[in-house]
Ligand binder design. Structure first.
Ligand code: COA
Length: 510
């Protein structure tokens, strides 16, 4: 695990480095702050920042981090979603992964009712990949106004370029701060205007901060410099009079067992089972866990606990495979959580639902469907941590990304795919052999062995957490020792939205 964490740090360092020393130094020489420096100055001193998807774009043609920083931080005592373009990476232009990361940040703001603060300096669409982003990218501006309509405040602090579509970020925000002589907000810059209408105009008169503050009225606040802009941004948040609906959490009691030991629980070989109670004991308050149905469906551990004072229900895979009993137990437990309005935490280590004659005849499809139904229609917030395996429909039943958990994090030991690499290659081989036989052809054993090897390597690499995090299939890969802290921050963020109403029927015994 420590070796995997060293790799993780190396990849995260790439995101922090942004466009690299050449562009960072040029940016500083221009008297500007880097994206992360802006975030740090915006936040309350010494308060935590839960950065999201730092590995976005990993394994793609674009730099790790996707030229934008996103996360949840505290400004004037208010938890906010913050996004900051990284102008050292291709001028802060938005590529397809930047877009996904930006849209995810807006979703988090809306679901959890967290004010959204955009720290803007971007060259707009990454022009060579415009076909991937131009049309879907319209959602960025739609989301801003929908947030506002839902009563979730939006703030834009403009440090530099915000042209063309980008001009609608301040355009659609509730509150706008612009930095004097730096912010440039126009639909078309001087060359485009010349081409379109023949008019000669300069940057300042078309979209300078001073012009927007004095003439167009797009800027509410004119900042003297970047530090002043961040100060003004903090004042804006202070005046939102934002209040969390409550109830406030109880006192947080640390676990009795050492969180450091979370490094040694997941075996190197995921086929070796481990007891998730070992994990639960190291993340929940006072290591107190009240199990529900401990003697029934023992491959899935369910029960109640508190985490940083917040009540939670936990579903954790124990022996990998989910049988009918586990599915029924999960469905009943989820209904109970909805009745009591208790958020759910899914700790994934599953190879999926049991296959085979006996289980199909026993109705494993129906029972798996029951569990997936309960997860899909559950009204309480969900959190998911992929500790180990996440294969097949187990990924769905245990609230994978497609089931919209409020937050989903992976450990470096996680692996996720439709099935294991060896099984997948084996299935392809059996199918290929049967197809050849049906055509009356001899099966090429040598080609089969090569194919299996290639497919296995491909599936293995595609099931690893950096790859999946790169595609925004989680909100980040975390150090297992940080699990309690990360989940505590998430539960606190979730507490900004009022508790959802329970379903309109009683609990069915499963
Ligand atoms: N798409 C793709 N690449 C872009 C880009 C964009 N929209 N904007 C900038 N880049 C690239 C540049 O080509 C340059 O690459 P290089 O260093 O490999 O040559 C790198 O990003 C840095 O750009 P540079 O112009 O040196 O940075 P700057 O800080 O001096 O200026 C901008 C930044 C954003 C003001 C300027 O690059 C610009 O005007 N870009 C185009 C803006 C635009 O019209 N976008 C269309 C919006 S829909």
């Amino acid at each position: 695990m420590l070796a995997k964490l060293r790799d993780l740090s190396a990849e995260q360092a790439k995101a922090v480095a942004g466009g690299g020393p050449k562009y960072a130094e040029r940016h500083h020489r221009r008297g500007k702050l880097l994206a992360r420096e802006r975030v740090e100055l915006l936040l309350d001193p010494d308060s935590p920042f839960l950065e999201l998807s730092p590995l976005a774009a990993w394994g793609t043609d674009f730099p790790v981090g996707a030229s934008v920083v996103t996360g949840i931080g505290v400004v004037e005592g208010v938890e906010c979603v913050i996004t900051a373009n990284d102008p050292t990476v291709r001028g802060g232009a938005s590529n397809p992964w930047t877009l996904r990361k930006t849209l995810r940040a807006a979703d988090i703001a809306l679901e959890n009712r967290l004010p959204l603060i955009n720290l803007v300096e971007s060259g707009g669409a990454d022009l060579p990949t415009q076909k991937e982003i131009f049309i879907p990218g319209g959602r960025v501006f739609r989301d801003l106004t929908r947030l506002s309509a839902a009563g979730v405040p939006t703030v834009a602090i403009v440090f530099g370029n915000s042209t063309a579509g980008g001009a609608y970020v301040p355009g659609m925000s509730d509150h706008v701060v612009m930095v004097k002589e730096r912010a440039k907000v126009f639909l078309g810059g001087p060359p485009l205007v010349k081409m379109a209408t023949g008019e000669e105009a300069d940057d300042e008169s078309l979209g300078g901060a001073e012009m927007h503050a004095r003439v167009s009225g797009l800027a509410d606040h004119l900042a003297l410099d970047e530090h002043d802009a961040l100060r003004l941004g903090r004042r804006v948040v202070r005046r939102l009079n934002h209040r969390k609906p409550g109830p406030a959490p109880g006192a947080a009691r640390p676990p009795l067992y050492d969180e450091e030991e979370l490094l040694g629980i997941v075996p190197e070989d995921l086929r070796v089972p481990f007891d998730p109670r070992e994990v639960i004991a190291r993340i929940v308050d006072a290591s107190e866990f009240d199990e529900f149905k401990p003697l029934y469906g023992e491959s899935l551990v369910t029960g109640w606990a508190e985490l940083h004072g917040y009540p939670i229900g936990i579903l954790a895979n124990a022996r990998g495979v989910l049988f009918s009993e586990e599915a029924r137990k999960a469905a009943q437990f989820i209904q109970l959580a909805c009745r009591s309005g208790t958020p759910l935490l899914f700790l994934q280590n599953t190879t999926g639902y049991m296959v085979g004659k006996e289980y199909e005849q026993g109705g494993i499809i129906k029972h798996g469907a029951m569990m997936i139904n309960a997860v899909s229609n559950s009204t309480v917030p969900h959190l998911t941590v992929v500790m180990g395996a996440s294969y097949g429909a187990g990924n769905y039943g245990m609230c994978g990304r497609a089931y919209d958990p409020r937050f989903l994090f992976s450990w470096p030991s996680a692996k996720s795919a439709v099935m294991g690499p060896a099984q997948l290659a084996g299935v392809l081989s059996i199918v290929g052999r049967a197809a050849a036989e049906a055509r009356g052809q001899a099966y090429d054993e040598q080609a089969d062995a090569a194919m299996r090897q290639m497919v296995e390597a491909q599936i293995e690499s595609e099931s690893l957490p950096f790859f999946l995090s790169g595609r925004l299939y989680d909100d980040g890969v975390i150090d297992p020792r940080d699990t309690r802290t990360v989940l505590g921050l998430c539960l606190s963020a979730i507490g900004n939205a009022p508790a959802p109403a329970g379903p309109g029927f009683g609990v069915f015994r499963m």
